[in-house]
Design a protein around this ligand. Structure first.
Ligand code: UFG
Length: 344
């Protein structure tokens, strides 16, 4: 009776536990909080090469690498699903150093996938990207459009999407690949936010130009075929992204096979529009200068998010203003912390 009772309890614990691989990174830690808010237990798994211990505060953190099969297998025995956020994600770096992307994103991803299958875990949520589409023929982008990545980062993500698709009929793996557009912003309640080293993304770079932590923001190209000449992107609040992961997890209980969904707002904003919003929110002019186009930047990437809306019941609830407001709060918190640490 006792033994049976204990077993039932541990099975129930396993059912509600999710391994968040890359859980001490920007999007992974937001997903962990979203899981907790919706009644799941998140166990974080991170080698802290890009993640930060403090972003995983309040959660169990297994500090290990995805190539460490023994530790990974032990962790997988305790969970019913995997969310995979552990990847390198800089387009420019991937062009300079493709081997790094093939090693970490492809080989590392496959190591995780094999361990997941071996552990009998049948639910998998994958952080994919709009970079799988390359330079799309039309905007907004639907999931049926061809996947023709134009850089090694996008290629590595496409490889893994394909691997998930192959594992569905072969091993009964159920998976969702979530193709993020431009993730930005920070959680409204927790002490978490965007923290990349080096930082290359538009919104944090512009905010650091406002605080003086960096020099003037460079605007990469003003001669694109867009209304104001600057690139258009679909900025999506990280908390909206995080919530989509939990909905995708629930969705996996009702599907067989591999599904893919775009996660964006469906609204594009140009670099100039983002700068104008930052100026409204901060009440400060963004120091900036015009620069050459950055190689590999498509003029416009905007999601058609209707498939995610229909299948997951998900819709982005926050817009550009909320993204910039929360990113600004986070930037100020981090600046204050740095000042305390350096005694400035
Ligand atoms: N930009 C600037 N100045 C900067 C930084 C960015 O003008 O200092 C511009 C870029 O040229 C681009 C836009 O701002 O037009 C957004 O750039 P980000 O670097 O913030 O984001 P990306 O669109 O390059 O990258 C995002 C994701 C990647 C993903 C890619 C797909 O972060 O993971 O979309 O194209 F692969």
């Amino acid at each position: 009776m006792m033994a049976g009772g204990r077993k039932a309890f541990s099975l129930a614990a396993r059912e509600s536990s999710i391994l968040v691989v890359g859980g001490a990174g920007y999007i992974g830690c937001h997903a962990a909080h979203a899981l907790r808010r919706m009644g799941y237990e998140a166990i974080l798994y991170d080698n802290l090469s890009r993640g930060h211990r403090f972003l995983g505060k309040g959660f169990e953190l297994i500090e290990a690498d995805i190539f460490d099969t023994e530790i990974l297998s032990g962790a997988l025995k305790r969970v019913s699903a995997v969310m995979h956020f552990a990847a390198d994600s800089q387009v420019g770096e991937s062009v300079q150093n493709p081997r790094k992307y093939f090693r970490n994103n492809v080989e590392g991803g496959i190591a995780l996938l094999n361990a997941t299958l071996d552990a009998g875990v049948s639910k998998f949520i994958f952080s994919s990207t709009c970079a799988v589409y390359g330079v799309p023929e039309r905007s907004p982008i639907t999931e049926e459009m061809p996947r023709r990545p134009v850089n090694p980062y996008g290629m590595s993500k496409l490889f893994f999407e394909n691997a998930l698709e192959a594992c569905a009929p072969a091993y009964g793996l159920r998976s969702v690949s979530l193709r993020y557009f431009n993730a930005a912003g920070a959680d409204e309640q927790e002490n978490i936010g965007e923290l990349h080293e080096p930082e290359t993304h538009l919104i944090p770079c512009a905010l650091k130009a406002v605080t003086g932590e960096r020099g003037a923001l460079q605007i990469f190209g003003t001669d694109y075929p867009t209304p104001d000449g600057t690139c258009i992107r679909d900025y999506i609040h990280v908390s909206d992204l995080a919530e989509a992961h939990v909905l995708a997890l629930k969705h996996l209980d009702g599907i067989a096979g591999a599904a893919q969904y775009n996660l964006g707002t469906g609204e594009g904003a140009s670099v100039q529009k983002v700068i104008a919003t930052i100026e409204e929110v901060t009440g400060t002019s963004v120091p900036r200068r015009l620069a050459e186009r950055r190689p590999g930047d498509p003029p416009e990437l905007v999601a058609d998010p209707s498939r995610a809306q229909a299948a997951l019941g998900w819709k982005a609830r926050r817009g550009l203003r909320e993204i910039v407001e929360t990113a600004w709060q986070w930037e100020q918190k981090m600046a204050a912390q740095t000042a305390r640490n350096t005694g400035a």
